[in-house]
Ligand binder design. Structure first.
Ligand SMILES: *Cc1c(COP(=O)(O)O)cnc(C)c1O
Length: 399
């Protein structure tokens, strides 16, 4: 039997069984649904993109996988070159892994070991944000602050080496003043906190964070697993403020195969590059640099560049603003928009109960959580399709 994610299995309703998918649509036996979630925000080009499918097939005709332990191959070499080009600044050193959570683990491991390699054993503390989400593995849960994981706190207590702050500059400055001698790194989902409730904040916070990190020698990590590849209306938030380490996942392969990357700058890489074997990064997921995934990622980035995705995303943002700005109804706390993300926050999560079925009947797949009804559509969506997603959201409150 399948144990489904984030579900009380005893009460779970049957999942919709998908038999086909193409473009923005997923198909059940009898319904055609616009996927307003983009399969957890990853399928940015839509389903069954012909170029990505072809890239995967071509690679599979040669080989699907070889390990990176002592071996390498064209697709992973090309992808790391491409990422080094495509990412801003000197974010050039690509460590691949099989999921976003693992890639965040690797980022934290890099940051922590960076200072150990320098024989600075005082810098043990991780600064992160309230409502942060960085993944489902143990260290990422600790760095995160997701209500769903507070069972961890109950059983194990809070980790004294993780400090959470809100996204305001005052709290940021206070945390640096108080902890700077012990601070190792500051990890954030830049501009848009996804699974913590689609919370949006201002770039000035990140600019100040960069200054403080420079002043006190703290490493800045951007978890762009969700925000990367255009979701905020920027290619990467790292284009605006440059971190020391960026983490990519979700849309990296256009959502066609799971893969992720932790990309470090030269300063971080140099912290490991030495004659001392104990300074090496001891990590190596079995399927890191998987050839099918690397081929898919390469094709995905090529499409992103060739087809001017940034203007597509700008257009989605404009249309969404035009249609949703000022929308209100009883129980709505706030409507938030940024790039290819829109979120209606309600006072009480029970108000969203039944929305999934309501949307299903109207040809839209949605998956609201807690107090948040949101859409993160594939960027190839047409105006009519986008308006259908948005009008379904509005209709729910006006019914
Ligand atoms: C989804 C997500 C992760 C975890 O990625 P997985 O591939 O699900 O392990 C980490 N960080 C952020 C910001 C995410 O949105």
């Amino acid at each position: 039997m399948i144990w489904y994610p984030y579900e009380q299995m005893k009460k779970m309703k049957d999942p919709y069984k998908i038999v086909d998918a193409e473009g923005v649509y997923i198909f059940t036996e009898d319904k055609k649904l616009i996927d307003s979630v983009s399969s957890w925000w990853s399928v940015i080009h839509g389903y069954r993109n012909p170029k990505i499918t072809e890239a995967i097939k071509n690679q599979a005709d040669k080989f699907s996988h070889v390990m990176l332990g002592g071996l390498t191959h064209d697709s992973v070499e090309k992808l790391s070159d491409k990422l080094a080009d495509f990412l801003p600044g000197d974010l050039d050193y690509c460590f691949f892994s099989d999921s976003g959570s693992v890639a965040v683990e690797v980022a934290l491991k890099m940051a922590l070991q960076y200072y150990v390699n320098k024989n600075d054993l005082k810098r043990t503390k991780i600064l992160s944000l309230t409502h942060a989400y960085h993944g489902d593995t143990f260290k990422t849960m600790e760095a995160g602050d997701d209500e769903d994981y507070h069972f961890i706190l109950k059983a194990y207590g809070e980790n004294p080496n993780v400090i959470h702050i809100d996204t305001n500059i005052d709290d940021l400055e206070k945390a640096f003043l108080k902890y700077h001698e012990e601070l190792n790194c500051f990890i954030v989902e830049p501009l848009l906190q996804g699974a913590g409730g689609m919370r949006m904040y201002d770039i000035s916070f990140l600019k100040r964070a960069r200054e403080l990190c420079d002043e006190y020698g703290v490493l800045l990590i951007f978890d762009e697993v969700a925000t990367g590849f255009g979701r905020t209306g920027n290619r990467f938030v790292s284009d605006l403020v440059l971190p020391d380490i960026i983490v990519l996942g979700k849309a990296l392969t256009g959502g066609h195969i799971g893969h992720a990357a932790t990309v470090a700058n030269k300063k971080v890489f140099d912290g490991f590059y030495s004659d001392d074997d104990t300074h090496a990064l001891m990590h190596g997921p079995t399927f890191m640099g998987n050839a099918l995934a690397c081929s898919a990622a390469l094709a995905s980035i090529e499409i992103f560049e060739a087809e001017d995705y940034m203007s597509k995303i700008k257009h989605i943002e404009e249309l969404t603003k035009e249609y949703m700005e000022g929308f209100t109804a009883e129980g709505i706390m706030e409507v938030r928009m940024m790039g290819g993300c829109v979120c209606i926050e309600v006072e009480d999560g029970s108000m969203l109960k039944g929305y999934q079925e309501f949307a299903y009947e109207r040809g839209v797949f949605a998956r609201p959580f807690l107090n948040y009804l949101y859409a993160m559509v594939p960027y190839i969506i047409t105006d009519d399709e986008l308006l259908k997603v948005l009008s379904t959201m509005k209709e729910w409150f006006n019914k």
